[in-house]
Each structure stands twice: as structure tokens, then as C-alpha cells.
Design a protein around this ligand. Structure first.
Ligand code: FES
Ligand SMILES: [Fe+2]
Length: 391
């Protein structure tokens, strides 16, 4: 008789305890945070069938720019083609499987495999196969270039965030993003402007990527982890955001725009609901991107899972009006980035602490506050439902 693996055991029973009314629910079990084999299952059931974030359009500003990335060990290539469209391909040569691109760059023409120099156009077509038919003969009747182009991965760009659907079977991206877009419809069509290094930073954190989502979803920890933020945007000024099976997070009703000593602030977008004069919202769009919106800036955080207990958080800040990208706003942008850096850095010891706690035999998922932890519980339910889907 085959022995049942710890992961199968978990899937067979324990998940029933997660997808329940919050007052009765347990959190996801420790296996989901500590077991390297479980991560393979998560790649199959949580990342591949959904729309996952792999980067940002601002990293490929020019036509012909390309950048290799990985999603849970899967080598991928993002590029901007000659029509200014972002595309994503599997980063592997169709010939003998050489990694096609190892470093970001720009090409005016083709991507050349360094091994036997097969070349691909930016739309993935196999354009050249030198000596494939013998020395001096660049064609062979049995190697049809049309059959051996790069394999494209479904991709979409929204608010500069690049999403992919690895297995190609998810709902359309338009359907996927519709609930989030409906919530933030006031910002639809607004150009998000990235100003370069002053608005980018990252953290390499020793925790499972889900713990970063869970912590981001809730405002409960505010008084103790973010005393600075809490001094003007208090726990009681926050509300929960839950869109079943899609995203969850929290909002603040007392958003205060950043100002310099002369009272200068970033230009805000006008003509939108007055709610945004005083509100800001922070949502985790499942699985792995964290978003923040204000009437004068936006940010997105890509959670890049490196292993079961390590995640890189890529933080990108954007402005909503062109004027904010000018030199006269450089100091304010720097201050804004410093402020967010400070807030996100404050969260590191708790997500790393929760990771350590997941090795404890005295804990296996814990309990949720029915009043304060509903956005986190919503995320656990979503993960549990992905895992429960048959492969
Ligand atoms: S492996 Fe790429 S050309 Fe041979
Ligand atoms: Fe936090």
C-alpha cells in the first residue's frame, strides 16, 4: 500500500478547517509554509492556473528591451516588441534547451541563442538557424522554423504590473481584473508614472510569500508595528476590504498627503469621487501582488517567492500626474519613498517571526479574530480553494 504523504494528508482533511465561517476557521497548516515539496504543489495549483505578477513594464521602457525573470524556478523572458507591446515567452531555446537570455538588454533585431546561434524575432518566431542543414546551409527540410519558435505565455499589463497565466487556462485577464478595476474605477485609464531609481526598492525577507500577503491585508497590527503611521491614521480609521475569491485588504479614511515644509504636495488627479480626498486603499490582489492607491500616487509590490521560506518584495512607486515626475518634486519623491520604505521595513520582523513560528509543533494555523482578521481569512480561503482544485 502506498504511504500517504504529509501533503496529501493535509489536503485530505485539514483544509476543511480553513474554508469555514471565520469564527470557526483555522489558518492554513504549517506544511504550507515550511515544506519544500508543498511549494511544487503551490506552483501547480496556486500560481500556474491564475494570473501571477512577474514584474513591471517600467523595467522595459524601450522597444527591443528584454529581461529574464523566474517564477518559482520557471525561466521566463519579458520583452517589449516593435509594436510597443509587452510579451512574455519561456526563456529557452527550442533547439537543445539552452537558456536563451541570461541578462537584461536591448536588441534592434533578434535574440540570438549563444549556443548554436539560432535567432528569434521579438514576436518569438525562429528567424535564423545557421548551418542547421550542414556547413553553409541554413535550412534543413526537417526543421520547420514555423514549428520551433519561442513558446509564448499569456500575459497582460495593468497599472504597469505585468501578469502571466502560466498554464494558459485561466479566465481572461479582463475578467480577472474586473472586480479590482470596479473598486478603483476612478483611476481607470490614469497613466501611472515611474520616475526611476528614486521610486524603487526591495526587501529580501526570510518568510513564505503568503505571510507577506497576510500581514499586508490587515490593519490590526498598526498600533504596535507602525506607531508613526498610527499617530495620524489610527486603527479605528481603517476599514476592511474583502472581495471573495479575488482580493482583500484594508483602507484608511484619514489619508493625509505628504507635504514639504512649505505645504507643497504632489498634484492629485481631479474629478474623481471625493472619497479619495481622505481615503487610501491597500489590497492584496491574489496571489502575489500588493497594491496601494491614493489620489496622488500608487504603488505595487511584487512578491517574488524564492523558496518556501524566502521572498523578495519588489516595491515600485508611481505618480498619477506628469508634473510630479519633474525635478521640482525630486525631494518630495525621495521623502515619499523613504516613508514607505520605513513602513514596509517595520513589517519585516513580524513576517520573519511568523515564519519561525511556523516551525513550532505548538501551532498549526491558529485562530482568526472575527472582528479584525477577516481579510486575512479571505486570503486563506482563496488559497485553500486553489489547493482543493483537482490538478
Ligand atoms: S541550443 Fe540554442 S541554438 Fe542550439
Ligand atoms: Fe504593516
Amino acid at each position: 500500500m502506498n504511504e500517504i504523504t504529509p501533503i496529501e494528508k493535509m489536503l485530505h482533511g485539514v483544509l476543511d478547517h480553513v474554508d469555514r465561517p471565520v469564527a470557526e476557521a483555522h489558518g492554513l497548516p504549517n506544511t504550507c509554509y515550511t515544506d519544500a515539496d508543498y511549494l511544487k504543489l503551490e506552483r501547480e495549483r496556486v500560481f500556474a492556473p491564475n494570473w501571477a505578477c512577474i514584474g513591471f513594464g517600467k523595467d522595459l521602457p524601450k522597444k527591443g528591451d528584454y529581461k529574464p525573470v523566474e517564477l518559482l524556478g520557471q525561466p521566463l523572458l519579458i520583452l517589449r516588441d516593435q509594436d510597443d507591446q509587452i510579451k512574455v515567452f519561456h526563456n529557452v531555446c527550442s533547439h537543445r534547451g539552452m537558456i536563451l537570455v541570461e541578462e537584461a538588454g536591448n536588441t534592434k533585431g533578434v535574440l540570438r541563442c549563444p549556443y548554436h546561434s539560432w535567432c528569434y524575432s521579438l514576436n518569438g518566431e525562429l528567424a535564423m538557424t545557421p548551418h542547421v542543414g550542414g556547413p553553409g546551409n541554413n535550412r534543413h527540410e526537417d526543421v520547420d522554423p514555423k514549428k520551433h519558435g519561442l513558446r509564448e505565455v499569456r500575459s497582460a499589463v495593468w497599472m504597469d504590473v505585468i501578469f502571466i497565466n502560466l498554464d494558459g487556462k485561466a479566465e481572461s485577464f479582463e475578467q480577472r481584473i474586473a472586480p479590482m478595476q470596479e473598486r478603483w474605477k476612478d483611476f481607470l485609464g490614469v497613466e501611472v508614472i515611474h520616475t526611476g531609481e528614486d521610486s524603487s526598492f526591495s526587501f529580501d525577507v526570510n518568510c513564505n510569500w503568503k505571510l507577506a500577503v497576510e500581514n499586508y491585508c490587515e490593519s490590526y497590527h498598526l498600533p504596535w508595528i507602525h506607531p508613526g503611521l498610527n499617530s495620524y491614521s489610527r486603527l479605528e480609521d481603517h476599514y476592511h476590504i474583502i472581495e471573495d475569491n479575488d482580493y482583500s485588504g484594508q483602507g484608511s479614511e484619514v489619508f493625509q498627503p505628504l507635504k514639504d515644509e512649505n505645504g507643497k504636495r504632489f498634484p492629485r488627479i481631479e474629478g474623481i469621487d471625493e472619497k479619495w480626498d481622505t481615503s487610501s486603499e491597500y489590497t492584496a490582489l491574489y496571489p502575489n501582488v500588493l497594491l496601494g492607491i491614493h489620489n496622488d500616487h500608487f504603488f505595487a509590490i511584487q512578491l517574488e517567492p524564492k523558496s518556501i521560506d524566502r521572498t523578495v518584495e519588489h516595491v515600485e512607486l508611481y505618480y498619477l500626474k506628469k508634473e510630479a515626475s519633474g525635478e521640482d518634486y525630486a525631494d518630495l519623491r525621495k521623502k515619499n519613498a523613504e516613508n514607505w520604505h520605513e513602513v514596509f521595513a517595520e513589517d519585516i520582523f513580524v513576517v520573519e517571526g511568523m515564519q519561525k513560528g511556523r516551525n513550532s509543533e505548538g501551532f498549526d494555523g491558529g485562530v482568526f479574530s472575527p472582528a479584525m482578521d477577516t481579510p486575512t481569512h479571505a486570503f486563506h480561503i482563496w488559497v485553500a480553494r486553489q489547493l482543493a482544485k483537482a490538478a
